[in-house]
Design a protein around this ligand. Structure first.
Ligand code: CUK
Ligand code: CUA
Length: 615
């Protein structure tokens, strides 16, 4: 099998670099400066004057911070951090009962890939989903409130759902492929039994269209390969999902580079509608409460096609006609023709079968090999068939065109881009205009802050023939992937609607009270500029205390906080919101509580006392 003209010495260089753990080839030294005309152009295009809003929201993964970052484009101003998998004392996330329960006892997560809900393959601004690679979880953020509303997991049988999440064109499902293989029944098996007893999987999670709530639907059992970034088909390829694998060697010690031994790995094409049908037909096994489909027993679901050495992301073109695999250890991006792929499947034009998975004839379905550069990782799309691929090793973004299949322009970024994100760039109708390179290293691009530097986002104007860097900003670790959506698609609520039926809520100071039942004390309180009612809470040492607090200030942006000194408690109530905390009054003494969130000129006066009477 041949993959076009390879730069053999470069490939060897990349692999040698990978082995040495030294794949970053940029020299240290001052960052290149822009010319005055470039600066003028950048100011003109990226400056958003005070008081004006950005044209786009960018939802970025917060990586191992466990959170999601909301950033304005083109200003690159960080507008909000949405706490998801880690506690956040600034918003009280992880302290009150609702969010404590959401976090399920974990204190961190590794959020990689946000996925905005779609209707007909276009972002619809309802929800955004994100995966937790560390703890096999998935979260849903409601874009009406920008709150994490649901977290599911740890989902049994799967491990490290990294190649996730990606939604199907009408958000029927979002899917997560696994990075790690494990014994799928949760049992103990030695690594020597890896090939027989370990499996990867594709997890499908169904989405309630009204609420956005998630339910694990089924799991597709896959060989013990590691799966990388995936995408759902659209248009003609709707009904299919694509995953790359980079460990067809089935290696357990990847650092010995035995996972890079094979000249080719695979892209898996998965007919998820056939998988859905298999579940309806009862062709699954129930394992730990999950419906597990074994493709060897339900053929017609999984196909493989060769891909250049250890591919990274696979992306589907806006028209759904091609899926493109990014070579990582090979300098090419391969475009596969989906129509030809379907024909090859129908004609059984297979060259091989691996673990019961038919391998489709590469030469029948390959449309083009684009020489993108060193270390191509991910591709996004613009208007008129333009595509933008991040090259990690050579720190560039390459622009190429579907159909022409050659690189038309390249821009050097600083440094080492992982993902890139174009405006609506993975939908059926990308906007063009902007591309943000999510660079893994900032090095000397910003003021030095000690040995470790932030990551670096660079905004590239992609409207003209030549790409132009017009803005950049540091960002905390780690924006793996981000999606950029038109700002007018999102309409958050200004206040929580008054919920008269919530038994925990009260709406006037007359209803404020403290109830005692044995050693259980329940406080029904309100926060209103600038007092708490009640503002004296008297309990006995050892009491089980529940505090329901409602913010009756039904005014935009009047959020109150509630922190208790030395009790490790702090939470917030947004306008119209009721939140609850429960704790044991196990420390006797006098403990002030106060509003932690600035709310008025009398914010400093907004306080009270909790008196815990010793036994
Ligand atoms: S993976 Cu490709 S660069 Cu987590 Cu999205 Cu990081
Ligand atoms: Cu209420 Cu500060």
């Amino acid at each position: 099998m041949k993959f076009g003209k390879w730069y053999v010495p470069m490939v060897i260089g990349i692999i040698a670099g990978m082995v040495a753990g030294n794949i970053v080839i940029q020299p240290d030294g001052p960052a290149p400066t822009m010319s005055s005309s470039q600066i003028a152009s950048a100011q003109n295009k990226a400056f958003v004057p005070p008081g004006q809003h950005d044209e786009y929201y960018m939802f970025s993964s917060g990586g191992h911070s466990g959170q999601m970052f909301v950033i304005g484009v083109p200003s690159l101003r960080r507008i909000r951090t949405i706490p998801v998998f880690s506690p956040d004392s600034a918003t009280g996330y992880g302290y009150d009962e609702r969010t404590k329960e959401l976090m399920g006892g974990f204190t961190w997560g590794d959020a990689h890939h946000p996925s905005l809900s779609e209707t007909n393959g276009d972002y619809d601004g309802r929800f955004v989903f994100i995966n937790d690679n560390a703890n096999n979880r998935a979260a849903m953020i409601n874009l009406k409130t920008f709150h994490t509303e649901q977290i599911i997991g740890p989902i049994p049988n799967i491990m490290g759902p990294h190649s996730a999440v990606f939604v199907t064109p009408n958000t029927e499902y979002f899917m997560m492929g696994t990075r790690f293989s494990v014994p799928m029944d949760g049992s103990y098996k030695e690594l020597e039994q890896y090939k027989e007893s370990y499996n990867g999987a594709l997890q499908a999670i169904s989405v309630d269209q009204k609420t956005g709530h998630m339910t694990p639907a089924w799991q597709l059992k896959l060989p013990p390969w590691n799966f990388d970034l995936s995408d759902a088909g659209k248009g003609p390829s709707d009904g299919w999902a694509f995953l790359t694998t980079y460990n067809t060697e089935e290696a357990t010690h990847l650092l010995e580079v035995n996972a890079s031994k094979n000249e080719t790995d695979y892209i898996l094409a998965i007919n998820w509608k056939a998988a859905e049908q298999a579940v309806k037909d009862g062709k699954f096994e129930e394992v730990n409460g999950q419906k597990v489909i074994d493709p060897e027993k339900a053929p017609g679901i999984v196909y493989a096609v060769a891909a250049a050495k250890s591919p990274h992301g696979v992306d589907v073109t806006p028209d759904g006609k091609y899926f493109v695999g990014n070579g990582k250890l090979s300098p090419i991006v391969t475009a596969y023709d989906f129509e030809k792929f379907k024909q090859a499947v129908e004609n059984k034009d297979f060259t091989d079968e691996v673990r019961g998975i038919p391998v489709v004839n590469y030469n029948s379905v390959m449309a083009a090999e684009v020489e993108a550069g060193l270390g191509p990782l991910h591709t996004q799309f613009g208007t008129d068939g333009y595509a933008y691929t991040t090259n990690f090793v050579e720190s560039t973004v390459a622009k190429w065109k579907i159909g022409e299949w050659k690189v038309l322009d390249k821009v050097t970024v600083h440094y080492s881009p992982g993902h890139g994100s174009a405006a609506e760039g993975d939908t059926v109708s990308p906007d063009g205009k902007y591309f943000v390179a999510l660079n893994k290293l900032a090095k000397d691009r910003h003021l030095p802050v000690g040995p470790s530097h932030p990551e670096n986002m660079q905004l590239i104007d992609i409207e003209g023939d030549k790409m132009e860097i017009i803005n950049e900003a540091p960002i905390d670790p780690e924006p793996h992937y981000a999606q950029i959506i038109k700002a007018d698609k999102i309409n958050p609520v200004k206040i929580y609607e008054k919920d008269e039926n919530n038994p925990d809520a009260i709406w006037s100071e007359e209803d404020a009270r403290i109830e005692r039942n044995g050693n259980k004390v329940t406080v029904y309180g309100i926060a209103v500029r600038s007092r708490f009612y009640p503002d004296e809470i008297k309990v006995n040492e050892g009491d089980e205390v529940t505090i329901h607090l409602t913010n009756i200030d039904l005014d935009q942006d009047i959020t109150h906080g509630f922190g208790i000194n030395l009790y490790d408690i702090n939470f917030e109530v947004q306008p119209g919101q009721t939140n609850t905390i429960k704790f044991k009054a196990d420390k006797p003494g006098v403990f002030p509580f106060y509003c932690t969130n600035f709310c008025s000129a009398l914010h400093q006066e907004m306080q009270g006392y909790m008196l815990v009477k010793p036994k």
